[in-house]
Design a binder for this molecule. Structure first.
Ligand SMILES: [Zn+2]
Length: 390
């Protein structure tokens, strides 16, 4: 095992483009890649373009009739009429949709394969994390569920315990659904409460099917939760369930849409707290999964101010060259930002909140506090099912 980190990148992933009116502007991927390169991180790890996921791989998660519908919509977007979630406002059909969605999925599957085989200890696909796609439908800007496919490929290769931790502001519903009945996969999602946000699932009581009870963990956070609450909730739930589950591989999804600048959701998390959680995920992979870590992107619609910096931090952490928060961003990257978007790019790799403080759960909680109520609801629903004290 080389232990080197691997970065999955094929510029063609920027063809995942629902059109100029859509919030998921692929410039976020292009700008992330160029910020990674501007900081020299691409020279710290192996950059690999994996093949697109083939039909048999896609079928590990997706139904054949759905794949056929994506192919048809990809060949002729006019045929998409809303069935299978294709041709909707969230998921408009576009030419080449099947090919580029399979390419993104292929990067996550390739990352999983590299980590399982020991070609890399950590692998990152920031173009991935399309966690809303369902076995038989597109949903929430997601066509093929690369995260679920990466997990499914690990199981196919022989993994017996895979943990998936999703810190996107939205519930990781598609991944949870794909493994709802499978006790080999622990899905943990930390997200804004379903009462106020798409996809309106991710209630603490969602804990897995009968024969996989306790394999789904949901922490539903009140709208407005900021850095201290977000970190407190993460630390109050995630390390304990991972310690008990003892995954062979940790797959994490790092949607950057928890940020206070994000236009589509209502948490108030800073870049610095996002970085702190990335650091912890890396640590948890080493502590409980032999270091085997597949890290994915996800949502994130502040495409200039937040996404490139957040995922560049993720890449740096995986590469073993974490970027210091105070780092000044190279002027060349800011010029590229202006040329592409007519917006001014951020100056530094921090929101000025580093280091982020939070109060640990072990020190006690306040029954009247809404954040603490959310944490208690998650622990009470699932911890006893895993033999843990709520
Ligand atoms: Zn999201």
């Amino acid at each position: 095992m080389s232990g080197r980190a691997q970065l999955m990148w094929d510029e063609a992933v920027t063809g995942y483009d629902f059109g100029p009116e859509h919030p998921m502007d692929p410039v976020r991927l292009a700008l992330t890649w160029s910020l990674v390169a501007a900081l020299g991180l691409d020279r710290e790890m192996e950059v690999v373009a994996a093949r697109p996921a083939g039909e048999s791989t896609l079928r590990l998660v997706h139904r054949e009739d759905y794949i056929d519908a994506v192919k048809a919509a990809s060949a002729d977007p006019a045929v998409a009429d809303g069935s299978y979630g294709l041709g909707t406002i969230d998921d408009p059909a576009f030419a080449g949709m099947h090919e580029v969605s399979a390419l993104i999925a292929g990067q996550s599957v390739g990352a999983a394969e590299a980590v399982w085989r020991g070609d890399a200890l950590h692998a990152v696909n920031f173009a991935g994390g399309l966690h809303h796609a369902m076995p038989g439908a597109a949903s929430g800007f997601c066509v093929y569920n690369d995260a679920a496919l990466a997990v499914a490929r690990l199981l196919e290769l022989g993994a017996e315990r895979v943990a998936y931790v999703d810190v996107d502001v939205h519930h990781g519903d598609g991944v949870q659904a794909a493994f709802w009945e499978d006790p080999r996969v622990l899905t943990v999602s930390l997200h804004e409460h379903p009462a106020t946000l798409f996809p309106q699932t991710g209630w603490p009581e969602e804990t897995g099917a009968d024969r996989a009870e306790g394999s789904a963990v949901n922490v539903a956070l009140p709208a407005g939760t900021g850095d201290a609450g977000w970190l407190r909730a993460f630390h109050a739930v995630v390390p304990e369930v991972l310690a008990e589950f003892r995954p062979q591989v940790l797959v994490t999804q790092h949607g950057a849409d928890t940020h206070f600048e994000d236009p589509l959701a209502h948490l108030a998390v800073s870049l610095d707290a996002q970085r702190a959680v990335q650091v912890v995920c890396h640590d948890l992979a080493h502590e409980y999964a032999g270091g085997r870590w597949v890290a994915l992107g996800g949502g994130g619609y502040a495409v200039v101010e937040v996404v490139p910096r957040s995922w560049t931090h993720l890449v740096g952490i995986a590469a073993g060259r974490p970027v210091e928060p105070e780092t000044v961003i190279p002027e060349g990257w800011r010029q590229e930002v202006f040329a592409r978007t007519r917006q001014l790019g951020p100056m530094r790799m921090t929101d000025g909140r580093w280091p982020v403080a939070y109060a640990s759960w072990e020190a006690g909680y306040d029954p009247a506090d809404r954040l603490d109520q959310a944490v208690r609801a998650a622990r009470r629903a699932v911890f006893p099912l895993r033999g843990l004290l709520p």
